[in-house]
Each structure stands twice: as structure tokens, then as C-alpha cells.
Design a protein around this ligand. Structure first.
Ligand code: HEM
Length: 229
């Protein structure tokens, strides 16, 4: 066994993989939410459609895509491995919580929250990524600027379905809880403990956990209201 295989097989190594892939996914979320802000631009979707086109053609983005997919897969596999180790070490659930132990609801339910987000992701990728790549998304002609797939209309029509939008909004609440614990936990695992900076990192994590899912949730709300008006 090489030193690398040994390192990532240890319990600490597994936590390290969880934390580093988690941090990468946090950066992905920041990029994804920022790009999708173009949905709010009042130009009939032109900027968003060109952004989507860039995302599917840029070689750098394709590398980032592979890294994102790998991070999601490793994050999920290692969460299952760690849960099994924890179960083996503690076959009977504690009835009494130690004073000072991490008792926040999200911290105790990261597995359930992660599973819900995984289900969301499967639905999400089927709705948008699969449709964009293999579905029959219409092209829109912007004259001299070119002809690109009309992903904006796909997003707008999907979110005009009320139950679909509500599903997204509810899912964003689960995502917020997952990030509430995940952000600070990732920093802790990576050993970034500092008397002065740790409280600031925790606060940044809480802000991220609220703001990013809230902005994501604003997207279905925006299109739902638009479709009613
Ligand atoms: C509600 C707001 C959201 C909208 C409007 C949205 C929109 C889209 C669209 C249109 C795509 C396909 C085109 C592309 O790759 O950019 C996509 C891909 C993707 N989305 Fe979202 N998304 C939202 C929220 C989320 C959330 C909360 C997550 C993660 C928890 C997520 C994870 C992903 C992933 C992993 C991909 C595939 C990335 C790739 O390989 O290109 N999305 N999203």
C-alpha cells in the first residue's frame, strides 16, 4: 500500500477527503450561484444563454466540471465510509449528550441532509444538464452574435411549474442546514483553528449558508412570479 492509499484509508484521511472536497464544492456553489444571477438580467435571457454556451465550450470550465463531479462522488463515497466507521465504533446510540458536545441539529443530521441534497442533485441534473446535452432545447438566433441553445427558456418554463419551484425552495432550506455545519466543520478538519480567525470563519460560514441558498431559492420564486404576472 502506498503512503497515499494509507493516508486516505485512515479515519483522519477520510475526514480530510470529506473536508477538502466539501470546500471545493463550496467554491463550485459560489461560482454556480454567481453565474445564474444572469437569470435576473432583463434582456430576455441573452446574457444567460451566452454564459451557458461558454460553460459548455471553454476547456478550463471542462476541467473544473470534471473536478466538481469527482468532488461530489468522493464526498458521497467518503461520507458513507465514515458513517460505517462511526457506527462500528459506537453501535449503540448515545442517550445522554456529553456537555459541550456538538448538539446542533444540522451537525447530527449531516447524513440525512446530504442524502436529500443528493436526491435533489439527481433531479436537478436530469432537468437541466441532461436536457441541455441530450434533450431538444431550441436554438435562439442573436444575429451577428451567433446562435446558441435557449437554456434561459428551459429554466423559465421549468420554474413556472409551481410544485417544481416549491420543491426547489424546500431543497434550498436543506442545503442551508447542510452548509451551516459543513462550512465550519471543513475548516476545523483541515486544522484551521485560530483564536482570532476561527470565530470569523464560523460567521462567514453561517452567512454563506444563508445567503447562497437564499439567492438560489430566489430564482424559482422570480420565475414563478413572472409566470403568474
Ligand atoms: C435554483 C437555482 C439553480 C439553477 C437555476 C441552476 C441551473 C443549472 C443549469 C441550467 C445547469 C446546466 C447548465 C450548466 O452546467 O450550467 C446546472 C448544472 C448544475 N447544477 Fe445547478 N442550478 C441551481 C442550483 C443548484 C444547486 C443548489 C446545486 C448544488 C447543490 C447545483 C448543482 C449543479 C451541478 C453539479 C451542475 C452540473 C455542472 C456541470 O457539470 O456543468 N445547482 N444548474
Amino acid at each position: 500500500m502506498s503512503w497515499f492509499t494509507k493516508a486516505i484509508s485512515s479515519s483522519l484521511g477520510k475526514k480530510f477527503v470529506m473536508a477538502s472536497t466539501g470546500l471545493f464544492l463550496i467554491i463550485f456553489l459560489l461560482g454556480h450561484v454567481s453565474g445564474n444571477l444572469l437569470l435576473f438580467k432583463d434582456d430576455g435571457g441573452q446574457a444567460y444563454n451566452f454564459y451557458a454556451e461558454f460553460m459548455t465550450t471553454s476547456p478550463i470550465v471542462q476541467v473544473l466540471r470534471i473536478l466538481t463531479a469527482a468532488s461530489f462522488i468522493l464526498h458521497i463515497i467518503y461520507s458513507i465510509l465514515l458513517t460505517r466507521i462511526n457506527r462500528k465504533a459506537r453501535p449503540v446510540e448515545y442517550k445522554v449528550t456529553k456537555p459541550g458536545a456538538n448538539t446542533e441539529w444540522p451537525a447530527r443530521n449531516m447524513g440525512i441532509l446530504g442524502t436529500i441534497i443528493f436526491v435533489f442533485l439527481v433531479i436537478h441534473l436530469r432537468t437541466f444538464l441532461y436536457e441541455m446535452k441530450f434533450g431538444d432545447v431550441a436554438y435562439v438566433d442573436y444575429g451577428d452574435l451567433g446562435r446558441v441553445k435557449d437554456l434561459y427558456t428551459l429554466v423559465a418554463s421549468t420554474f413556472s411549474i409551481w410544485w417544481y419551484s416549491i420543491l426547489y425552495i424546500v431543497m434550498m432550506v436543506f442545503l442551508a442546514f447542510h452548509l451551516w455545519h459543513g462550512f465550519k466543520s471543513a475548516f476545523q478538519t483541515l486544522g484551521m483553528k485560530h483564536r482570532k480567525y476561527t470565530p470569523a470563519i464560523e460567521k462567514a460560514g453561517y452567512a454563506f449558508a444563508i445567503i447562497v441558498p437564499a439567492v438560489f431559492a430566489a430564482m424559482p420564486i422570480f420565475f414563478l412570479i413572472k409566470s403568474l404576472g
